[in-house]
Design a protein around this ligand. Structure first.
Ligand SMILES: [Fe+2]
Length: 319
């Protein structure tokens, strides 16, 4: 079992080639508002989205030009090996977040889990998360390292994290974030983005059609265009820019081969849950015919509840 409960490792002066960074950011514009699992049913023409923009630079089917600046960063790779005491670190994802004028924090959360043979491409997210919180599938969990890198310091924009577990007070990374990275376990450790300035007009909302890109007028500003209008503009340095990196981690090559040879089927998942439900004396049984049924998801999740971290900030996505 890989050990992964330590506080994340702080790296400084992470990106040396500033011109390459700016080229990467500019070539991959425009950036679009965060969608995803906590905002499922948004009307695309109504300004309901905070200015939290995101773009993928690397995933299973994508690797943009210049992405190796982050993907194969030697010190980040070494920090991941050191953090887990592991030999095999396989980077698979890089994505960027750009934020401005968000008066409340992001949600306090752990990142979405993956298991051997099971990820969001073939398994409902609610089930992956319930598998995580049940603790019944730890042997099949794919250990993932995360690095978060910050380009700059902005008004607000703290990173709050719970290295001692959700029941203990959080730590904060703030005020000295420019060109630093934290490398650790964001799948096991709760974390949260704090409010992001400017705060003069509260949270500025845009529609899901909004796009963030260089203004292109020689000013150096980046502008948010939403349904034909410029909704916001500011120098790039005043947006909170962070780049996330994720890698699969295995103790060694033999263990990687062994784990990958044993993918979980839905029948395996049902069998493990049913054994535990019976042991608990619960009436519920895992129903393979109800994987898309949110009522079933709620019944199962109620038996394996997620932790709630203490001292979390209010979230923009709270009801
Ligand atoms: Fe996260």
């Amino acid at each position: 079992m890989i050990h992964y409960s330590d506080p994340p490792i702080l790296l400084r002066d992470v990106i040396e080639d500033r011109a390459a960074l700016l080229g990467l950011l500019e070539r991959n514009a425009p950036y679009t508002p965060l969608g995803g699992w906590y905002r499922p049913d948004v009307d695309p023409d109504v300004p309901t989205s905070p200015m939290w923009f995101q773009n993928d630079w690397v995933h299973a089917d994508l690797a943009v030009e210049g992405c190796e600046l982050f993907l194969e960063h030697p010190r980040v790779m070494q920090a991941a090996r050191d953090f887990y005491g592991a030999e095999v670190v396989l980077p698979h994802s890089v994505y960027v977040n750009v934020m401005a004028a968000i008066e409340r924090g992001g949600p306090a959360h752990t990142d979405n889990p993956r298991f051997q043979g099971r990820d969001r491409s073939n398994t409902p997210m609610w089930l992956l998360r319930t598998m995580l919180w049940s603790g019944l599938f730890d042997e099949k969990a794919i250990v993932q390292a995360t690095s978060i890198w910050w380009m700059n310091d902005v008004e607000g924009g703290e990173f709050r994290y719970w290295p001692d577990g959700p029941d203990k007070p959080p730590s904060r990374h703030c005020g000295d974030m420019a060109n630093t990275a934290l490398v650790g376990d964001n799948h096991g450790m709760f974390h949260q983005v704090g409010p992001v300035g400017p705060f003069d007009r509260g949270t500025r909302l845009v529609s899901q059609r909004a796009e963030l890109a260089p203004a292109g007028d020689g000013s150096g500003d980046w502008a948010v265009r939403d349904r034909g209008e410029v909704a916001y503009r500011a120098p790039l340095e005043r947006y909170r820019v962070s780049v996330l990196w994720k890698a699969d981690v295995y103790p060694d090559e033999a263990e990687r081969a062994r784990q990958c040879a044993e993918p979980l089927s839905f029948e395996d998942i049902a069998r493990v849950f049913d054994a535990d439900l019976a042991r608990r004396g619960a009436d519920l049984r895992f129903d393979l015919g109800r994987l898309e049924d949110l009522a079933f998801a709620g019944e199962l999740a109620a038996l394996y509840p997620e932790a709630r971290p203490v001292d979390a900030l209010p979230s923009i996505f709270d009801a």
